[in-house]
Ligand binder design. Structure first.
Ligand SMILES: Nc1nc2c(ncn2[C@@H]2O[C@H](COP(=O)(O)OP(=O)(O)OP(=O)(O)O)[C@@H](O)[C@H]2O)c(=O)[nH]1
Ligand SMILES: [Mg+2]
Length: 300
């Protein structure tokens, strides 16, 4: 049997729907997704294996003009994902007003697109928010630009056109044996997913600078005979005032994060866990090269 396999990067502006799209390809809550921009910070590999193909998706951080070292590393992660891929999915989100075409203008995303000779598919996301007529009109005018090999409109939320997009990707993938065994879902380990599920709750429950000043570190994660898995995690913030806000009155904030994260973690791991969660101040971790390296921002 001829097998097709390859790498497909998912890129776009913050909040375009990249992580939600990856989750709908894999039919799993996998990459964290929230209504706040810059939710994703590191490339996330999600592997879709079927009998005759394997697609290795790379979900990337939203591209923005970097203001501090962490954001610079997030943009570097996008460049490395594109360099590693056979096909690039460039996402542009729809809203009631129309398609957000900023990725086609002079900015970092269009730069990435122009620099690469990879096959490019323009994916209009959140098409449930716009009328069919308007989309057809937009697609026609976008075809005139001749920037993309294909253009397709999808809705990850409504599971609309996801299968069609997979077929389109397969058309451009090379014949190649599978890179990973069928049961491998990601190159990231369980610790990584645990920390992401905790970080997602902070993005969901807290506002302003708090989510952006936060990092989650797993200190210990062990399986215990006859007992629940034990997870010890620390949430880093940049200031004492942020630590107080996260902990909340009588610990209500941290309890809420822990309870919600534990639900997702248990669903993902398919087993029960006991979680010990603390908050610690690490001044300026977002701007410190050594800290960021320790936190894994140079990996993958
Ligand atoms: N209506 C609608 N909303 C969607 C759809 N896909 C994603 N969203 C919403 O858009 C928001 C952003 O989604 P994400 O998947 O986190 O976007 P992202 O591009 O990964 O964002 P960053 O990681 O921050 O760059 C979330 O609130 C999603 O629920 C869709 O198909 N329809
Ligand atoms: Mg994301």
């Amino acid at each position: 049997m001829d097998i097709k396999s390859g790498y497909v990067s998912i890129i776009g502006k913050p909040n375009a729907g990249k992580s939600t799209l990856l989750n709908s390809f894999l039919k799993l809550k996998f990459s964290i997704a929230t209504n706040k921009p810059q939710t994703t910070r590191k490339n996330i590999i999600g592997i879709l294996s079927e009998e005759d193909y394997q697609i290795i998706f790379l979900d990337t951080p939203g591209i923005l003009e970097p203001k501090y070292l962490l954001q610079k590393k997030m943009v570097e992660a996008v460049h490395s994902a594109v360099a590693d891929s056979d096909v690039v999915l460039a996402l542009a989100e729809c809203s009631a007003k129309g398609v957000h075409k900023d990725i086609l203008k002079e900015n970092l995303v269009s730069e990435v697109l122009q620099q690469t000779s990879k096959k490019k598919i323009l994916v209009l996301t959140k098409v449930d928010l716009i009328s069919q007529e308007k989309v057809t009109e937009e697609i026609e005018s976008l075809h005139q630009l001749k920037m993309f090999d294909e253009i397709i409109a999808v809705s990850a939320q409504e599971k609309f056109q996801i299968d069609v997009l997979i077929k389109l990707i397969l058309h451009y993938l090379p014949e190649h044996p599978k890179y990973y065994p069928d049961d491998v879902l990601s190159s990231r380990n369980e610790r990584f997913f645990v920390s992401e599920f905790i970080r997602e709750k902070i993005f969901l429950f807290f506002e302003d600078e708090i989510p952006y000043s936060t990092e989650v570190v797993i200190l210990d994660f062990k399986e215990r005979e006859g007992r629940k898995d034990y997870i010890e995690a620390e949430i880093y913030v940049e200031k004492e005032s942020q630590r107080k806000i996260l902990i909340g009155k009588d610990g209500s904030g941290i309890k809420k994060i822990g309870a919600a994260a534990r639900k997702d973690i248990e669903a993902f791991l398919e087993r029960e866990v006991y979680m010990d969660l603390r908050v610690r101040v690490k001044e300026n971790w977002r701007k410190n090269e050594n800290m960021l390296r320790t936190l894994g921002y140079d990996d993958e």
